[in-house]
Write a protein that binds this ligand. Structure first.
Ligand SMILES: Cc1cc2nc3c(=O)[nH]c(=O)nc-3n(C[C@H](O)[C@H](O)[C@H](O)COP(=O)(O)O)c2cc1C
Length: 193
């Protein structure tokens, strides 16, 4: 059975990123061939940042035993990752950067970013934002997926959702534009294939 982790990063409750997660939940609840873990970074109580101690390079374990360590194990085991985040000052928010830095435990300097292609591990990066530059955020999405290469990600797609300042922007668009809803659906289907 395929394992998917839906990792969401919005500090705001009931906003667009939460609506995207709900969209994924509705879609995935009909699929029996996958097991899905939903993790919202704002629900984690005990989170610590990477302190660059390099201990993990000797032991392959992080010195921190916190909620991020548990999430990272799920992300490592998963066949697919959905990364759903708002843009705050041109990047995903600080809380999720804490998790990204902790990917260092999986970074093997002797292999670098040379990830074997025999097993495909997919990532869907969805960014919700206001009126900032889409091209720039597309680059940030590529970099985000690139960072997750250390857990084996070697294929990714992005969803750029601009003009989403209102809490209901995403759910309104899904309700009013069937073509948009179908596009979203096919991207979440792709992740689960
Ligand atoms: C602190 C903060 C910084 C933001 N920075 C940007 C930005 O740099 N570019 C942009 O287009 N939108 C920016 N926004 C708007 C959010 O990205 C946008 O409202 C997003 O849809 C919020 O997601 P949510 O509804 O899940 O909270 C910012 C919002 C906040 C609160």
């Amino acid at each position: 059975m395929k394992k998917i982790v839906v990792l969401s990063a919005s500090p705001r409750k009931n906003g667009n990123c939460d609506s995207i997660v709900e969209f994924a939940k509705r879609q995935y609840s009909n699929l029996e061939s996958i097991e899905v873990d939903y993790v919202n970074i704002r629900d984690l109580k005990n989170i610590k940042n990477c302190i660059g101690c390099d201990s993990c390079k000797k032991t392959k374990k992080c010195v921190h035993k916190d909620d991020i360590a548990e999430v990272l194990n799920k992300v490592y085991e998963a066949d697919g990752i959905a990364f759903i985040s708002p843009i705050y000052f041109n990047y995903p928010p600080a809380t999720i950067k804490m998790l990204i830095d902790r990917l260092y435990v999986f970074f093997d300097p002797s292999k670098g970013f040379d990830i074997p292609k025999d097993k495909i591990k997919k990532m869907l990066v969805a960014f919700s934002f206001g009126s900032g530059p889409v091209d720039e955020y597309d680059r940030v999405a590529n970099t985000t997926a690139f960072n997750f290469m250390v857990v084996g990600v070697n294929d990714h797609k992005t969803i750029m959702l601009g003009n989403q300042n209102d809490k209901n922007s995403f759910s309104d668009k899904v309700a009013k534009e069937p073509e948009f809803a179908n596009q979203m659906k096919s991207l979440f289907d792709w992740l689960a294939e």
